[in-house]
Design a binder for this molecule. Structure first.
Ligand code: MN
Length: 267
């Protein structure tokens, strides 16, 4: 048979498959503690769509940025991590969909296994489309994802406000995107969130403590839902400015933030 015309030759799909087949194929679940993953579920989340950011010291340090959509976590590897500077465009390489259970994973992937290295739960929360409409949130987000222009608002402990993922290239094996902070009350070119936030949002452990397998720094008999949000002076400052500024701040400033920060520094 002759060559097919270019236009109908197989090309990479515009969007990767939403199944977890690739995720499962890459991992040996007898060797890694990562979740094996159930099938993607159509069940609607009870309280908003989830997002998680995991700091991952693999062969190269990066941040895995994951957004819940259609029962899986859409995932991007962001080498430099997110930035609150609206002029910073952070490369975000799309990777395979991850199971929702991955949102709870923190620990060490054994050497030699896919993604071997230490994983920290660096931020988590819920997210929503920037523009709300008649449509279902997931329909709006899916349309943005398909179009390569995904605008959303993060409600995390460390990441807040409006952000966009813009797809640059779709011809490579993995689409490359840019993660950019929108200009809003939370934008702050002077705040280096990646440098300032160095501990797990779930267990307050450092990467070293996670790697050594030590238990939580704070031995706590409270359940995790009772954990207070991690705050810092910069976040409080931004929230205060937001209150004075154009928009009502989603997060009120807490007077105890600097105290808590001082306590965190001492540990
Ligand atoms: Mn990773």
């Amino acid at each position: 048979m002759a060559f097919a015309p270019l236009s109908i030759m197989p090309t990479h799909k515009t969007t990767p498959p939403t199944s977890l087949a690739e995720y499962k194929r890459k991992r040996d679940f007898t060797k890694t503690a990562e979740p094996a993953g159930r099938a993607a579920t159509a069940r609607r989340p009870p309280r908003g769509l989830r997002f998680v950011v995991q700091k991952h010291a693999a062969s190269r340090l990066h941040f895995d940025f994951r957004l819940e959509l259609d029962g899986v976590m859409k995932s991007w590897a962001v080498p430099k991590g997110p930035s609150y500077d609206p002029s910073a465009r952070r490369l975000a390489m799309e990777v395979e969909d991850h199971p929702i259970e991955y949102n709870a994973f923190e620990g060490t992937i054994p050497k030699g296994q896919y993604g071997g290295g230490t994983v920290m739960l660096w931020d988590r929360g819920t997210y929503e489309p920037e523009q709300r409409g008649e449509e279902d949130d997931e329909d709006i987000l899916r349309a943005g994802y398909d179009r390569g222009d995904l605008k959303f608002i993060l409600h995390g402990k460390r990441l807040k406000g409006s952000w966009v993922l813009v797809r640059m290239r779709r011809d490579s094996e993995r689409p490359q995107w840019l993660l950019i902070k929108h200009r809003d009350a939370f934008a702050d070119p002077t705040y280096d969130v990646v440098a300032e936030a160095n501990t797990s949002v779930a267990t307050r452990r450092t990467m070293e403590q996670i790697a050594s397998g030590r238990s939580r720094v704070w031995q706590s008999d409270r359940d995790e839902s009772a954990e207070k949000p991690v705050r810092n002076a910069s976040l409080a400052k931004r929230a205060t400015r937001a209150l004075k500024g154009r928009k009502p701040a989603p997060v009120p400033a807490k007077k105890t933030a600097s105290k808590r920060r001082a306590a965190a520094t001492r540990r």
